[in-house]
Design a binder for this molecule. Structure first.
Ligand code: GDP
Ligand code: ZN
Length: 453
């Protein structure tokens, strides 16, 4: 933490500009040695934030004309003195500037080290830090909005609120242990029960929304399944809005699972196109079918494509029976129907009249997928939802410790037993934001960042 660190914040290679980042106590000295600002008067003012044009020199040799952003402690990303050098985007120049900084005493930053310093200096908590990675890797607007909300502290406030409640209960119990007076005992137990239940309401609320949050962040593993020639590849292609899978009139030509991702109604569907389910003597085809059945097991959403003018097959009925709750039936080729009547009831699974050819049914598919993701009180806009698996599992452990405490109160357990449950709950809720966290976990989290972040 005492070191001054430097890194390229932009990806290596030829580009329009490169940005190098310096953070730490001697970053100012390093800059003074190499940077000659054009406007010396302004530079000498040492404002908290400034952007300065000038010359970057190393050993008397002019390397580039650069823009130096100065963000002084504590008003910077890391909380330390931070300088950002914007130079021209050649690899040579950027490398020379990097080397110059190192020669003058900076250390090459490790992945995520800037963000780790920001965390250690209290500029952001772990929920916000993990939101930074999520924002970078988000592929839909919904996912980006969610990460942005978490980054701005919306979710942290909800978690801290819960933590505050647990802390108060903990203090209450500790006081109860210190002064065990029998006449106040019953009254206190009632009070305690109410407080624990209140905390449980909060944690249940957060957990309920986390299912939605996780889907927004990670997407839904989606299988498109159906017998040959019903229009699976056509549907996939229409969703991708470009021809990536092979569309053909010959039954059974899609032999490989094709993995693509597509955003439908703001939800990322990780798509698997499968070989058609049908009797087949072809070995490759048969292997493909085997994979289909495995894929159905793992799928979070099944788009069962059937043909409107044909009766259901044994396989289609089987899928409807076994996986009803995760199936949406795409009743394709309604354009081929004489009259608009569809006879099957599709085993009460949700079905949508569809024609990929005439572009009918896509809006309803969007709405149906959204309604499956946004349940209960999880709002379509960027509500402060939990979405990160690490955070969710910490909250689950906090929640079960609270439930345990609640049961202990019911069964009249002594206060020091309750204290153990509450300590457990407090530990896990604190893990989420990083108020109570082990160094190995920090390393694990920040090593997933890129260098310079
Ligand atoms: P797959 O074997 O299930 O992947 O089916 P394909 O997507 O390869 O489509 C098989 C045939 O059905 C192609 O000739 C498509 O043009 C045709 N098809 C797909 N959707 C529709 C539709 O909505 N209406 C009609 N009439 N034909 C369609
Ligand atoms: Zn196909």
């Amino acid at each position: 933490m005492d070191d001054t660190i430097v890194a390229m914040a932009t990806a290596m290679g030829e580009t329009s500009i490169h940005i190098l980042r310096l953070s730490g106590s001697i970053s100012g000295n390093i800059i003074e040695k190499c940077f000659e600002p054009r406007n010396m008067k302004r530079w000498s003012l040492k404002e908290n934030f400034s952007l300065n044009l000038g010359i970057f020199r190393d050993e008397e040799k002019v390397l580039d004309e650069v823009l130096v952003g100065r963000m002084l402690s504590p008003s910077s990303y890391t909380g330390e003195d931070v300088y950002e050098i914007n130079c021209h985007g050649g690899t040579y120049v950027a490398q020379r500037i990097l080397q110059a900084c190192i020669r003058h005493g900076a250390k090459l930053a490790e992945p995520g080290e800037f963000s780790k310093r920001a965390f250690l200096n209290g500029k952001m908590d772990l929920v916000q830090a993990e939101a930074v990675i999520d924002l970078i890797s988000s592929r839909t607007e919904t996912a980006a909005n969610l990460a942005l909300n978490q980054l701005s502290g919306g979710l942290s406030r909800r978690i801290l609120n819960l933590r505050e409640k647990i802390l108060e209960i903990f203090a209450f119990i500790e006081a109860g242990i210190d002064f065990p007076e029998d006449d106040v005992e019953t009254l206190d137990r009632e009070n305690l029960r109410a407080r624990v239940n209140e905390a449980l309401v909060d944690s249940n609320h957060l957990l309920a929304g986390s299912r939605t949050g996780k889907i927004i962040r990670d997407g839904l593993l989606t299988v498109i399944v159906g017998r040959p020639n019903v229009g699976k590849s056509s549907l996939l292609n229409a969703l991708l809005r470009e021809e990536r899978a092979i569309v053909t009139d010959i039954p059974g030509t899609t032999r490989d699972e094709i993995r693509e991702s597509v955003s439908v109604g703001g939800i990322l569907l990780k798509l698997v196109d499968t070989a058609g389910i049908c009797e087949s003597n072809d070995l490759v085809e048969r292997l493909g079918i085997e994979r289909t059945w495995n894929a159905l097991l793992k799928a979070e959403l099944i788009l069962l494509v059937v043909q409107a003018n044909l009766p259901l097959t044994k396989d289609e009925l089987y899928i409807l029976n076994v996986y009803a709750e995760k199936v949406i039936v795409v009743v394709n080729k309604i354009d081929l129907l004489e009259n608009e009547i569809i006879v099957s009831d599709y085993n009460n699974a949700h079905w949508i009249p569809f024609s990929v050819l005439q572009h009918k049914g896509f809006e309803e598919l969007e709405v149906q997928i959204q309604s499956r993701v946004y349940q209960g009180d999880a709002v379509l806009t960027s509500d402060s939802l939990l979405s990160n698996v690490r955070q969710i599992s910490a909250l689950e452990r906090c929640d079960s410790a609270l439930k345990q405490a609640s049961e202990s109160i019911e069964s009249g357990m002594p206060w020091d037993i309750l204290s153990i449950d509450l300590r457990e709950a407090l530990h896990h809720v604190s893990e989420i934001t990083g108020h109570d966290v082990q160094e190995s976990l920090l390393e694990d989290i920040f090593s997933r960042f890129c260098i310079g972040k």
